[in-house]
Write a protein that binds this ligand. Structure first.
Ligand SMILES: [Zn+2]
Length: 68
């Protein structure tokens, strides 16, 4: 992983690697622009907590290369 910051394309929040990973997982695997959890939950019409839940699930399952 490189060390530059990526920003939410909507609100310019600094993104974590989890936020980028969940965006790729749920929206576009080859995305180069991302949304933060708040904007992504809005875009997907779901709760932010549901996304956090999913991140935890993928992390714990250890199967997804996007979550390490
Ligand atoms: Zn945002």
């Amino acid at each position: 992983m490189t060390d530059f910051h990526t920003y939410c394309k909507k609100c310019n929040a600094v993104l974590t690697s989890d936020e980028k990973a969940i965006y790729m997982k749920m929206v576009d695997r080859s995305a180069s622009e991302f949304l933060c959890l708040d904007c992504l939950s809005e875009a997907l019409h779901c709760e932010r907590s549901a996304l956090e839940e999913r991140i935890r699930y993928y992390r714990e399952s250890g199967n997804c290369v996007l979550f390490r």
